[in-house]
Write a protein that binds this ligand. Structure first.
Ligand SMILES: Nc1nc2c(c(=O)[nH]1)N[C@H]1C(S)=C(S)[C@@H](COP(=O)(O)OP(=O)(O)OC[C@H]3O[C@@H](n4cnc5c(N)ncnc54)[C@H](O)[C@@H]3O)O[C@H]1N2
Ligand code: MOO
Length: 439
């Protein structure tokens, strides 16, 4: 009972309707209901963010993107040192020395790399010194063995030596405090050498994306096992896609082939979420009666299946799966279609996750030696071989194999020619755009 005998009015909590989550606005489509491959790629790229950085041993950071600026705490060289095995001397003591009238100096010590002279060098004396050893105080030049008689008590020097010969001065390569590397630099072998050289063992980098590769289809058999029934074939896609992902910089978990069973497929994808920054599937996304990926993906997250105006690679799928919204790219099953789709969509995503720029492969031009005919309406990714001729020009040497099941023809290609959806003919001698897929 409330104050003054009145009942307190109970105001019901307003029911807040949770908006149903959806994927962001989809790219526009053409009159056929197809979207352009570049729009599809950009839309997928918008759905992923670079992975957060963490500290890693420098050697493990090969190919990764640095997430800090690095300046040197030390000088390189760290001290004045000899560039040749020979004698540390004072240049003035070699004045006018020659083969016929050598300068003779008393040898008063020996300095190995890592050793230090126990006294300054006095005029009229020499100290043996090895490459990399600190130049003793008082010495202003180093004369290499070849210009001496290599004496141990006394040394005869057969030439006049200028000051500062064969001395690598402290800081002449890198000065303490020099800014050497920037946030965003990609770490290569030379960078690892530099980091180690200035005493750095760990760096802050974006890690390798963990990429799970799943192929689908009950007809698929693991290589190494026998084919027992008509209709079976070996699973090549999970191997090829895993290799492509690894070459792009990912840490790959190849799950292999999963049969066309909805429960198994759902369970397999769900089980992989815990170790995936990206899931790639191949197969089961077109119009077939057992296109199992297309059937189960909507139950696992927000998904979109699209027809993309490209050949090969028309059917494409993308989803954000599970509570953590793990990106999943669902590629068509034909081997060449999945290879090309990886190049067009997955490689840029892996590079974005890694924070590596440019995300997109460089487009080069080459001169075609034969006529190329193209069906308009879909951008064509044409398998080709490109070589550099004697004049330094890139030429398209060989073209063929347009069906999307031809693994043998794909293996012979080292380039994909990029023919846009409007082009019908490229004449012999014309320039054509291409990706060099081996680089
Ligand atoms: N009625 C229609 N049929 C098809 C269409 C269409 O628009 N309407 N599109 C065709 C195109 S284009 C493509 S590409 C394929 C893509 O189909 P799926 O993604 O569903 O792929 P699957 O049917 O599972 O397989 C296609 C083909 O590739 C072989 N395959 C699949 N996975 C592997 C693997 N891991 N290793 C080797 N080979 C694999 C599979 O056996 C099939 O032969 O759909 C067309 N059909
Ligand atoms: O797109 Mo399919 O990839 O034309 O064979």
């Amino acid at each position: 009972m409330g104050l003054f005998g009145r009942k307190k009015k109970v105001v019901p909590e307003p029911v807040v309707e949770e908006p149903t989550p959806t994927l962001p606005a989809l790219p526009e489509v053409d009159d056929n209901g197809w979207r352009s491959w570049a729009d599809h790629r950009d839309w997928i790229l918008d759905q992923v963010e670079p992975l957060p950085p963490f500290g890693m041993q420098v050697l493990d950071a090969l190919g990764l993107c640095l997430c800090e600026d690095i300046s040197s705490d030390v000088s390189l060289p760290g001290f004045d040192n000899a560039a040749m095995d020979g004698y540390a001397v004072q240049a003035a003591d070699t004045w006018n020395a020659s083969e016929k009238a050598p300068a003779t100096l008393a040898v008063v010590g020996e300095i190995a790399a890592g050793g230090v002279a126990d006294q300054p060098l006095a005029p009229g004396t020499a100290m043996k010194i090895m490459t990399g050893a600190p130049v003793p105080e008082g010495a202003d030049t180093v004369v290499q063995y070849e210009l001496t008689d290599r004496g141990t008590e006394d040394v005869r020097i057969f030439a006049q030596i200028d000051q500062d010969k064969n001395i690598r001065r402290k800081g002449s390569d890198i000065e303490e405090g020099d800014e050497l590397l920037r946030d965003g630099d990609v770490i290569d072998a030379r960078t690892i050498g530099l980091l180690a050289g200035i005493g750095i063992d760990k760096v802050l980098v974006r890690p390798r994306p963990r990429v799970v590769v799943i192929s689908t289809g009950s007809e698929l058999i693991e290589p190494g096992l026998p084919l027992t029934d008509l209709g079976q074939l070996y699973d090549s896609n999970s191997f090829m896609l895993a290799a492509q992902a690894r070459a792009a910089g990912a840490q790959v978990f190849r799950v292999g082939a999963v049969g066309d069973d909805e429960e198994t497929m759902k369970q397999t994808i769900s089980d992989q979420l815990v170790r995936a920054d990206l899931i790639i599937t191949s197969g089961g996304i077109s119009q077939g009666d057992w296109d199992v990926v297309k059937a189960v993906a909507p139950e696992l997250g927000l998904v979109d299946f699209a027809a993309v105006a490209m050949q090969p690679g028309k059917p494409q799928g993308f989803g954000l799966i599970g509570e953590d919204k793990v990106p999943m790219i669902m590629l068509p099953g034909n081997p060449v279609s999945s290879f090309v789709s990886f190049e067009a969509f997955v490689r840029p995503v892996i590079r974005k996750l890694m924070g590596v720029r440019p995300e997109l492969r460089e487009v080069v031009t080459a001169v075609t030696q034969t006529i190329i005919r193209s069906k308009p309406g879909r951008a064509q990714f044409v398998r080709a071989r490109i070589r550099t001729d004697a004049g330094g020009r890139r030429v398209v040497e060989w073209i063929g194999h347009s069906s999307s099941h031809l693994l043998g023809g794909l293996q012979q290609a080292n380039a994909l020619l990029l023919v846009d959806a409007e082009t019908e003919v490229i004449a012999a001698g014309d320039q054509v755009k291409a990706w060099l897929i081996d680089e």
